[in-house]
Write a protein that binds this ligand. Structure first.
Ligand code: NAP
Length: 262
């Protein structure tokens, strides 16, 4: 199926690795031009080179910077001739106990995982509406649906974003102009971040990282972790011309791990 993405411009935040990179790869394969960001310039440039090899017909622009800062967002937006597709992503907040988190810890989490996507949405959706096409996909977490106790900063900040997006997506000034906003909720995906979490979990419970990972895999009905490529493919589908009637949704990608019906 032709997803109708050829020639669209996508801003994919936090995309040198992992899920963001998976989204950028899928969009590039479909013929979209991309601006990708990450803080580390070296890995970002290497990813940009890989993306250009993947589809030499598209423009790939790499903008190094922290997307959770005004400067990082301004540079990313300036590099994108027009934002037809916005993929909001950033690193997740650290785990811990809420008794140890001060106001600064909360503000950092809220900045990165709630206010940054909101600022980028604010900067882009009205122009999308004026052009009659726009797609916003926020990478959040399965923890929005099934909160994880040690990820309280993530549970809190991402739930704030989720509530905001639920209201905004239903504004007819956007939905009525073919601008959709949806959230993708990853369960366990095989990325650098997951590997760090598994290593920490193993160390905490006196197991090797691989033993700990095997138990995590066994607890997922799919019996495996997801891949960034399959995450990116679903993201591209949400951005497709065909997905204009799909908005305000929270789509869980977790291999069946969440046990509930709704
Ligand atoms: P990852 O493999 O660690 O990749 C993170 C990417 O984001 C890297 O390219 C990183 O590059 C970039 N990045 C991080 N903070 C940034 C910032 N402030 N500004 C710009 N770029 C930034 O992580 P991932 O597994 O893809 O996770 C992506 C998001 O999904 C995170 O918020 C994570 O919490 C969430 N999530 C992941 C899983 C999972 O199983 N993987 C599950 C649930 C939720 P630099 O470090 O160079 O900036």
């Amino acid at each position: 199926m032709d997803l109708g993405l050829s020639g669209r411009w996508a801003l994919v935040c936090a995309a040198s690795k992992g899920l963001g990179r998976g989204c950028a790869e899928a969009l590039v394969k479909e013929g979209a031009h991309v601006v990708i960001t990450a803080r580390g310039a070296e890995a970002l440039e290497a990813t940009a080179a890989d993306l250009r090899r993947l589809n030499p017909a598209v423009h790939v622009v790499a903008v190094a910077g922290d997307i959770a800062t005004v400067e990082g967002r301004t540079a990313a937006l300036a590099a994108c001739p027009q934002v037809d597709i916005l993929i909001n992503n950033a690193g997740g907040p650290p785990p811990g106990d809420f008794r140890d988190w001060d106001r600064a810890a909360w503000l950092a989490a809220i900045d990165a995982n709630m206010l940054t996507p909101i600022e980028l949405i604010k900067a882009t959706v009205d122009a999308m509406a004026a052009r009659g096409y726009g797609r916003v996909v926020n990478i959040t977490s399965g923890a929005v649906k099934a909160p994880i106790d040690v990820l309280g900063l993530s549970n809190g900040a991402r739930s704030g974003l989720t509530g905001f997006v639920a209201g905004l997506a239903r504004q007819s000034s956007l939905a009525g102009r073919n601008v959709t906003l949806n959230n993708l909720l990853p369960g366990a995906f095989d990325t650098e971040r997951l590997h760090k979490t598994l290593a920490a979990g193993g160390a905490k419970t006196g197991q090797s990282s691989e033993e700990f990972a095997a138990k995590r895999r066994a607890a997922i009905p799919a019996q495996r972790f997801g891949t960034a490529a399959e995450f990116g493919a679903i993201c591209a589908m949400l951005c497709s011309a065909q997905a204009g009637y799909l908005t305000g949704q929270n789509i869980l990608l977790d291999g069946g791990a969440y046990p509930g019906v709704y």
